[in-house]
Ligand binder design. Structure first.
Ligand SMILES: Nc1ncnc2c1ncn2[C@@H]1O[C@H](COP(=O)(O)OP(=O)(O)OP(=O)(O)O)[C@@H](O)[C@H]1O
Length: 255
């Protein structure tokens, strides 16, 4: 595939909750290697759109195609196995388990070691590989020196980095980050752009990111899509989106 190939095609994605249309007929393409931002006022439908894309919520209508394969209708773990992995706005770590254990558990979506194979040496070799990989990922997110600490003790910023390590453990091709800067301090936010780019480059990923922190979105994303009341009102490079009167109106109208 060339660097500009389309990897994701969202077509007419709609989700209704009773009378509320949380995501309304949204279509867009994401190209290989792109960092694609999704912004919009509170309640605009951003997380619902991520949920539709990752199988947590079925769409009322519409489809998502990943490299030509329709993934809508698949269970979340199947979509993860297909190559789409995500983090959550509300962090979902095993708070009582260590950072290392959190990453090891995440890898089991990919490995095949089941309890019945525990008696075979093969499973042991796989387990060692899982352990080695978990250390590598913790090292990448800067947490290897705290591998044995409970995830629940970590700051928000560190928990978000651990969540990214967990998401990477499933060997995704597309990484969806739901508000990665939330709860981070100014220094952590400052470092996040370089970190996400580094992860994208190192793992050869396509990245979708929901983010409220506008300077981060502007400095990080190749393209930005704007949702307002469930509708896609603008899409393009960060500067033109920021200048778009419909976008300015959506944000000012929400103040
Ligand atoms: N399971 C659900 N049942 C009913 N309504 C829902 C459900 N999930 C989301 N909604 C509604 O859908 C709309 C879109 O919510 P969503 O969380 O996707 O917005 P968002 O853009 O991610 O908001 P925020 O920036 O505040 O996280 C909101 O009005 C929300 O209340």
């Amino acid at each position: 595939m060339s660097a500009r190939d389309v990897v994701l095609e969202a077509r007419n994605m709609t989700r209704r909750f009773g009378g509320l249309v949380a995501v309304n007929n949204v279509s867009f393409d994401v190209t290989e290697g792109e960092i694609f931002g999704l912004i919009g006022p509170n309640g605009a439908g951003k997380t619902t759109l991520f949920n539709l894309m990752t199988g947590l919520t079925p769409p009322s209508t519409g489809t998502l195609t990943y490299r030509g394969q329709t993934v809508t209708g698949l269970a979340p773990h199947r979509i993860a196995q297909a190559g789409l992995s995500r983090t959550f706005q509300n962090i979902r770590l095993f708070r009582g388990l260590s950072a290392l254990e959190n990453v090891k558990i995440a890898q089991h979506t990919r490995t095949h070691a089941g309890i019945w194979r525990g008696v075979f040496g093969q499973a042991r070799a796989e387990e060692l590989q899982v352990e080695r990989r978990a250390w590598e990922l913790l090292d990448l997110v800067g947490l290897s020196d705290r591998a044995g600490e409970s995830a629940g003790n970590f700051s928000y910023g560190d928990q978000r980095r651990l969540e990214i390590a967990r998401a990477l453990a499933t060997e995704p091709r597309v990484l969806l980050l739901d508000e990665p800067a939330a709860g981070m301090n100014t220094a952590e936010k400052g470092a996040l752009t370089a970190f996400i780019r580094e992860v994208r480059d190192q793992f050869d990923l396509t990245v979708l990111v929901i983010e409220h922190h506008v300077p981060l979105v502007m400095g990080l994303c190749d393209r930005v899509a704007v949702l307002n009341f469930g509708e896609l009102i603008a899409i393009g490079d960060p500067v033109s989106v920021q200048r778009d009167p419909k976008v300015i109106e959506a944000y000012l109208g929400g103040e």
